[in-house]
Write a protein of this length. Structure first.
Length: 356
């Protein structure tokens, strides 16, 4: 398995690589911010005693509170209203597993810079739950089931409400998709860990449907019920092809987009929601790649060719996204088409083409 943490680090690196350029001609400034991560979440990252840049890009909020005004010869450093600037633990995180603005980076501050580049971070010796993030910024500044026959259209006028209603519908449809996947993996004598992961994914998708549906309803939309047509039993190669298309491509891409939304959305509720969705989708994508690796040796040469062709075609279909409503880019954090194409290119280079 690639490992969902490794995928999350890959996504963070790709986002940093693709979005680092084009920040404008203004002279950059650097500043620091203490961010409460939570002891349980931080512990795996600091086991080896240091934090890599890729790990910092995962942990540090991408829309932190802005630095205070400083004179031309004064360094700019700050902490958010939910953090402390000293080397003592933040008193805002009484529950280390809670997801507050401090732990998720969902800073609701209209003055926050549009983009910030994480330069690095370090653990605070006196704290097991906080880190100090360093930034550079402008100083001015689902897996579709077979047989799905419902479209998830929403009657809301808000384009964001319609988008979230459709995505919530697809998340709800992913529940039976993963339940069926678990049953078919069991029939084909797959490892028990894969079967259990598929069942956990079904639970995740039900939670995502609730979270995203709540956002749609808040904005005036409403997800439609899921309708499925009867399906037949599938051969191992049919399962492998669906997994490659929906999982290795679809869910991997969805996880990267969710990671971008978690950083870029102006709406703090959307940012907080997509942080959770992005982490889960990375785990689902990891499961898809693990299933792909397990199935491949069981296929004939012709079947493996069919599998690789289907995966390649599915990836190419994502290369040129259609134009989106500007509100979806700004408020919901979806990448603009040109940025989405750059993200696609780097993901293809690092993962899809590399796995061919």
């Amino acid at each position: 398995m690639l490992g969902d943490r490794r995928l999350s680090l890959l996504f963070a690196s790709l986002l940093a690589e693709v979005t680092a350029s084009g920040c404008g001609a203004d002279d950059p400034c650097t500043y620091e911010q203490v961010t409460a991560i939570g002891a349980n979440r931080l512990a795996p990252y600091i086991e080896d005693g240091n934090l890599t840049l890729a790990e910092c890009q995962v942990l540090c909020p991408m829309n932190p509170a802005p630095p205070p005004s400083a004179g031309p010869d004064e360094p700019s450093s700050t902490s958010s209203s939910t953090s402390t600037t000293g080397d003592t633990p933040s008193d805002t995180t009484t529950d280390p597993t809670s997801t507050t603005a401090a732990t998720t980076g969902a800073v609701d501050d209209d003055a926050a810079p549009r983009t910030s580049t994480v330069l690095g971070c370090a653990a605070i010796p006196a704290s097991k739950s906080d880190i100090r993030c360093q930034y550079e910024t402008s100083c001015k500044g689902g897996r579709r089931p077979a047989g799905l026959c419902s479209e998830g259209r929403s009657g809301g006028d808000d384009p964001i409400a319609r988008w979230f209603a459709e995505v919530a519908h697809l998340e709800a449809a992913s529940v039976p998709a993963f339940e069926r996947l678990a049953a078919e993996l069991r029939e084909h004598d797959a490892p028990a860990a894969m079967i259990a992961a598929a069942l956990r994914a079904a639970v995740d998708e039900a939670r995502h449907a609730d979270l995203l549906g709540a956002i749609a309803i808040r904005l005036g939309g409403r997800p439609s019920p899921v309708e499925l047509a009867p399906t037949h039993g599938r051969s191992l190669v049919e399962l492998a092809i669906e997994n490659a298309v929906e999982g290795c491509v679809g869910e991997t891409w969805a996880a990267l987009l969710a990671a971008h939304q978690a950083r870029a959305a102006e709406d703090p509720e959307i940012r907080a929601c997509m942080i959770e969705v992005a982490a889960d989708e990375a785990a689902h994508a990891d499961l898809a790649w693990a299933i792909d690796a397990w199935i491949a040796p069981l296929l004939t040469a012709d079947e493996r060719t069919r599998l690789l062709t289907a995966r390649s075609q599915a990836a190419r279909a994502l290369r040129d996204p259609p134009p989106r409503d500007e509100a979806l880019e700004r408020r919901a954090g979806l990448p603009a088409p040109d940025l989405a194409r750059r993200l696609w290119k780097t993901l293809d280079r690092e993962l899809w083409s590399a796995a061919a």
